[in-house]
Ligand binder design. Sequence first.
Ligand code: AMP
Length: 423
Amino acid sequence: MRDLLPKDAEMMRHVEQVSREVSKLYGYDEIITPILESYELLAAKTSEEIRERMYTFKDLGDRKVALRPEFTASIARLVANKLKNEPKPMRLFSVGSLYRYDEPQYGRFREFWQSNYELFGSARPEADAEILTLTNNLLKKLGLKNYRFKIGHTGILRGILTQERLNDEKQNSVRQLLDKKLWTEALAVAREAGVSQKCLTTLESLLETKGENAFQVLAQLRDNVQDYETTLAAVDNLWTILELIKDSKEQLEVLVEAGFARGLEYYTGMIFESYVPGLNIALGGGGRYDKLIQLFGGEPIPAVGVAQGIDRIVLALTKQEVSPKNAKERSVVVISVKDESMAKALELSAMLRNKGLPVEVAVMGRSISRALADADRRGAAYAVIVGPKELKEEKVVLREMKKSTQRTVPISSLTEEILAGST
Ligand code: AMP
């Protein structure tokens, strides 16, 4: 777990803020759920892999609890209970920290942030398309370049393995191995489970069926899986989703991968991850999970959602040297020349802040030249120098830091001078 120093904290908050703006643009209402949940709730609904990595302990009431490793379980709990009578569709947004005892490495932390968008109530392809285009627009709004989507469909594998009568447990092992790109091992599990030779050949061909020309890949896939009816339906579903996006003129760079699997077991339809080539980590991921709410004892409610990895988006933005618009653009340092002018300096600081200008007061009692050097180091755009001589005429000195020029201005027009400034 990391300490986030000012630059990192600023970037994390920036991505959080843009995530929230996007939630408003698409009509997702924020909900805030606890960081601590009952162990049973979290354990029952997540994948084995995440279950093993939860931070778990007993509270003073002898209840087994855990730090949330993802949002979806908590949200599904609400949707199955407190929110069950809300009209559909229901669009929910959440953002905050999650905890997994992962091996720390580049882009993998034990405490990390996600912004999460879930759309409940629609099983239709336009809902899947919305989650994909929303993610596209979030990354675009953040100024990230060259990002892409890896897209697949859980029904492709599931259709084949179910027709071959593999139980859920075996299917999950195959999927998890595929998620880790352990293809030989995944095929070995299928072989041991007694699948037909035709199935093994089909699975092998699936692993090769991928590419950036989505409709070409999907057409090839249709040929390869002809004998598996539900798999064909999955391919058609993915086709419809991608066609809808294309026809709506949304620019989405995709890589369709037939053998793509995501670790979480609850997905039932389209699945995807966003990434930037060259940075070998997923920035976010999501998909359709139509059966999860049932697991919580609720009515079956179709759902599709995405979790954006805020830490990783920050890593990608930093690597591409994209930073938020400089907040210091009109920042001001107010320096009092003498102790006797300090109260006035504080009063003027308050006046400027009331107009929305960020102000730092020089509090170290330094000489003017050292205080100005410090203001420069801090990236301030303006210094306001408050001295008894100018105060006698209700004036102060306004210095434009970048230009190293200064002039005496009446206090009555100080705010306007700064707001109108060219810096
Ligand atoms: P998941 O909930 O596993 O589907 O992950 C969704 C997104 O959360 C991933 O694409 C990552 O961006 C992010 N994420 C997951 N685990 C971690 C982690 N340990 N550290 C940082 N980001 C993570």
